[in-house]
Ligand binder design. Structure first.
Ligand code: ADP
Ligand code: MG
Ligand code: MG
Length: 983
């Protein structure tokens, strides 16, 4: 015989008997649901819980699978349990003199919206009502409970529409000339019961069931059915909760908090869920029932005051809180009711908490010996850590703004974060203002795909329509922009560029503040605060543990032939271009620089003219160098087209060489080219010196110049306009000097324009950039390598521990390394010889072209390290240009479910990830000691970090502000995969 029903009092031992072992908390939740397991555990711990029973989740599934029929024996078991409850409580279900009443409560393993709401006071009918009135000595309360039962039962169990009862209520209130339910008298409510019954009969063609058992049965069926309701199914899909878990039904003896001033009800947390402080926290109301506390109809009192109102109950509740925390080893959120001085516990569950509280509670509980460090790490999410690194509204300022009536509206909290800016009513305005450095909040009734450019430029997004999955919400989350959507009170008029709300008018350009986490909109600017990381002691403690967990020398296991794969977990490095970023990242816990982009350094105002000189003269100078090299080569080998050189030919070639060398010496282009490089060398050297100093003792990966050169020159359009304007000006009368200056500047612009036109590429991102540039103009990258090693040697001489790693971008074929890396390494050795010092260094490459990943065994013959540039690798694997994709179709793809997420944010394991794994495997087959990391934006994304752990990378590198998040994610990955063989 299946056991479908568990008496709360004996649930634990009964389950032990059925299972053949002590049930774990999880097993209890699977069978009894979260609420049922909580009630059973509290009872077992000796806490005062009203007697009751739980019908299992398995019964729910059996009911559904049998076409909405109770499984055999279930109802009999329920009635048997009901009798036991009667015996325990000393009242009888349906007893007219002193009735036992119950609540029927749903409760799945996970708490879930869409499930049937609790029905209180089941068992009340025309007869038992009299008993209740006598027991509570309150006639009004009796009738009020009865009319609530009829409406609640009719609505939630029998599916009568809300309006039916609302209508009846409104009519009666109108007749009595009152506005509030509370103004209705006992006699009025008695009349209401009669009318509700009539409405019930009219809606269903049958009477409200007077038989308490029939009420109970219908309520249980309704809970089971609600598991298959649309809202519940949608929620499970979204949260990936399996459909076959089912929900349990809890039948609990009613206790009454509304029986006078020695009664009450409340909600309490064992610790402050906002700050995490270890103080008892919550609200209660005297002489009130259940939902009154949350409904906000009366002003609640803080639980601390319970000590004055009911000292004994207060002491008892504190004891219970301690007991529950020790039992569940987590902060608890409890519901309680006091009936004539007696405390009853109605629910306990792990309490929801803020990011700050999550961190503090986790760290405190380790200190208290309640949980292990690993458990503490698992109690905190990457999102919680992220909270500490971004501006948040100052809570005091928010309270002030609310008090001053500045809160304009609330909407769906679509994407968290605090945003302050000027309202812009369309995407173009938002983009223009954003590019001009203004903080903008883009406001629209709703957004469309062609608004994305404005949304990217804005600090926050605000709409009056749509919900959590609207276009605005999806895009905002994708780009990490705070957003409030569907703020219905806002009347947005795009024509007049105004928004009307609660009698106020805001115009375009007016300031507003959005709290994306709370879904609130405020007028004006609200001050934000960025938490000071150095002062966040608990967070730093927690992340210290994260590093320890990730550094566990047995964190990763690999198949026997996976030579060189790391056994410890991931390190976190950072992408930093400047010493100040490097220093910040180190405070955040970075253990190396995974990517220093050198091109930013070229953009500095003082350097840009030299960079442009370098670019404009590179081609001509290089052509001369190439001729010189060819001649030197031929003369050196002494052969041409396989035939030895004769005397005559040799003399000719020697003359040619002399001529070229003369040309080189006389060439203005060569002079300008070399002059520019010489000028840039010291500035680059001092940039790198600063980095080595900031990263003393840590590896520093410096990437050689990567972007197409045209990025350093003015745009073609812009130059064309200038040339045309200057040409038009030549006709105007002016002085001789004026004419000369004009002609000079026109000539200069024309040269620049010609150069820019010559450099034009159809698709520059796939054109002359990265290693191709280094091979075409080797002096540029040689200058960079010289700067790196001169700086490194200088730093090393001062006692700084330097570990330079030179990274060659965009390799696609090993031959590219053959012609560049060897020469570059020559420069490094030469500098060390000049400086009379040797330092540890590496040369390696980025893997960002699919071909490089596929031929990684060949690439690794030269490269001593790989760094996966997953942004380009994603672009090239999908064949998407990121900018175009994100502006055009990617949002649509995610909306339609073509792609589960934006692959530029979360690494695509199935495609790009496969290439990464292949690259690591092939690379280490050639070179087991190959160092491997990732330096794309993915390096800061928790899911991608987990993947990097599984793929055998040594480190992830991300922007300084992502470093703390990445440290936690690296620890999570280590915990999740410990003891498994990865491959
Ligand atoms: P939820 O899942 O929304 O918390 P609950 O089943 O806990 O739903 O119940 C809703 C409200 O009714 C709560 O305030 C709860 O304390 C109260 N309640 C539930 N069962 C009883 C009972 N047997 N006696 C008194 N109050 C009850
Ligand atoms: Mg509920
Ligand atoms: Mg509850």
């Amino acid at each position: 015989m299946n056991k479908w029903v568990y008496l709360t009092q004996t649930a634990h031992s009964d389950m032990a008997q059925v299972l053949g072992h002590e049930p774990s908390l999880d097993e209890m939740k699977v069978t009894l649901g979260g609420k049922g397991a909580g009630l059973a555990e509290m009872t077992r711990a000796g806490l005062p819980v009203p007697p009751g029973f739980t019908i299992t989740t398995a019964a729910c599934m059996a009911f559904i699978n049998a076409g909405f029929r109770f499984p055999a024996g279930m109802w009999e078991q329920a009635l048997e349990a009901l009798h036991q409850v009667e015996a325990l409580y000393g009242k009888k279900f349906g007893d007219p003199a002193d009735p036992l009443l119950v609540s029927v409560r749903s409760g799945a393993k996970f708490s879930m919206p869409g499930m049937m709401e609790t029905i209180l006071n089941v068992g009340l009918n025309d007869e038992t009502l009299q008993g209740l009135v006598e027991f509570t000595e309150n006639e009004r309360f009796g009738w009020d409970s009865y009319r609530r039962l009829i409406a609640m039962f009719g609505r939630t169990a029998m599916g009568i529409s809300d309006e039916v009862f609302d209508h009846v209520m409104e009519a009666l209130k109108a007749e009595r000339g009152v506005e509030d339910d509370t103004a209705l008298s006992a006699a009025d409510l008695r009349e209401l019961v009669a009318r509700y019954k009539a409405a019930y009969r009219e809606a269903l063609g049958q009477d409200f069931p007077q038989n308490p058992q029939e009420q109970l049965k219908a309520a249980v069926e309704a809970v089971f059915r609600s598991w298959m309701g649309k809202k519940a199914i949608d929620y499970r899909r979204a949260e990936k909760i399996p459909d076959d878990l089912g929900t349990a039904v809890n039948v609990v003896t009613m206790v009454f908090g509304n029986m006078g001033w020695d009664s009450g009800t409340g909600v309490a947390f064992t610790r402050n869920p906002s700050t995490g402080d270890k103080t008892f926290y919550g609200d209660y109301l005297l002489n009130a029932q259940g939902e009154d506390v949350v409904a906000g109809i009366r002003n609640t009192k803080p639980v601390a005051q319970l000590g004055d109102d009911m000292p004994q109950v207060h002491t008892q509740l504190l004891e219970i809180a301690g007991k529950l925390e020790r039992h569940y080893r987590d902060m608890q959120d409890m519901e309680f009711t006091v009936e004539r001085g007696k405390l009853w516990m109605l629910q306990t569950r792990n309490g929801k908490r803020t990011a700050r509280a999550a961190v503090k509670i986790a760290v405190d509980m380790v200190a208290e010996g309640l949980i292990s460090r690993e458990e503490a790490l698992l109690r905190v999410t990457p999102k919680d850590v992220d909270f500490f690194l971004h501006p948040q509204f100052d809570e005091k300022e928010i309270r002030k703004a609310k008090a001053a009536g500045r809160m304009l509206a609330t909407g769906v909290n679509a994407s968290p974060g605090a945003a302050v800016g000027m309202l812009a009513f369309d995407a173009d305005t938002a983009e223009a203002w954003g590019n001009a450095g203004k903080a903008v909040i883009m406001i629209r009734p709703e957004t469309k795909p062609d608004d994305v450019h404005g949304m990217i430029a804005a600090k926050g997004i605000l709409t009056s329509r749509g919900g959590a999955t609207a276009h605005a919400a999806v895009v905002a989350r994708q780009f990490g922009k705070p957003a409030v959507v569907g703020a219905r009170d806002l009347q947005i008029d795009v024509e007049t560029r105004t928004v009307h709300v609660r009698g106020q008018v805001l115009r375009e350009g007016d300031y507003a503040s959005l709290d994306g986490a709370a879904g609130e909109v405020y007028a004006g600017e609200i001050a934000t605060v960025v938490p000071d990381y150095e002062k966040e002691t608990e967070l730093r403690t927690l992340l210290g543990w994260a590093d320890e967990v990730a550094a566990d020398p047995a964190a990763r296991q690999w198949p026997a032939d996976y030579a060189g794969y790391p056994a410890r977990g991931l390190q976190v490095w950072t992408n930093a271009d400047y010493p100040r970023d490097a220093r910040r990242a180190r405070t955040f816990g970075a253990q190396g620089i995974g990517l220093c982009r050198t091109e930013h350094m070229f953009f500095e105002q003082e350097r840009l003219p030299h960079v442009q000189q370098m670019i404009l003269n590179a081609d001509e100078a290089q052509a001369l160098f190439d001729r010189q090299h060819r001649l030197q080569n031929t003369l050196g080998v002494g052969k041409e087209d396989g035939k030895p050189l004769d005397e005559k030919r040799r003399a000719d070639l020697q003359a040619d060489l002399a001529a070229v060398e003369h040309d080189i010496a006389a060439s203005p282009a060569v002079k300008a080219y070399r002059g520019a490089l010489e000028h840039l060398l010291p500035s680059q050297r001092s940039d790198f010196y600063g980095l080595f100093e900031a990263m003393d003792g840590c590896p520093v990966i410096i990437r050689l110049i990567d972007p197409p050169l045209h990025e350093f020159l003015p745009g073609q359009e812009e130059l064309l306009v200038e040339v045309t304007d200057l040409e038009a000006d030549t006709g105007l009368p002016r002085t001789e000097t004026g004419k000369r200056l004009l002609a000079e500047s026109l000539a200069e612009k024309k040269v620049l324009l010609a150069a820019v036109q010559k450099m034009h590429e159809a698709n520059p991102m796939m054109g002359l950039r990265g290693i191709r540039l280094g091979i075409t103009y080797p002096d540029i990258t040689k200058m960079q390598v010289r700067a790196i090693f001169e700086a490194a040697c200088e730093a090393a001489k001062k006692g700084i521990v330097v570990k330079p790693e030179v990274m060659i971008p965009l390799t696609g074929h090993v031959n590219e390394l053959k012609v560049s890396q060897v020469d570059l390494e020559g420069v490094a050795k030469q500098v060390m010889a000049e400086q009379g010092i040797t330092i540890e260094y590496k040369f390696g490459t980025m893997i960002e072209i699919p071909r490089a990943a596929v031929t990684a065994d060949e690439v690794a013959t030269l490269a001593q390290f790989f760094s996966f540039g997953t942004n380009d690798l994603t672009q090239m694997t999908f064949g998407y240009s990121r900018d175009d994709a994100e502006r055009r179709f990617l949002v649509k793809y995610v909306e339609l479910g073509v792609l589960p997420v934006n692959p530029f944010q979360v690494l695509d394991r199935g495609g790009v990830g496969k290439l990464v794994k292949m690259g690591v495997r092939l690379g280490r087959q050639t070179r087991p000691e190959l160092e491997v990391g990732i330096c794309g934006e993915h390096g800061g994304d928790p899911s991608s970090i987990e993947f990097c752990h599984m793929a055998g990378l040594h480190y992830v590198s991300c922007s300084p502000f992502r470093v703390p998040v990445a440290r936690l994610a690296a620890a999570h990955a280590a915990i999740a995969h410990k003891g498994k063989v990865l491959e």
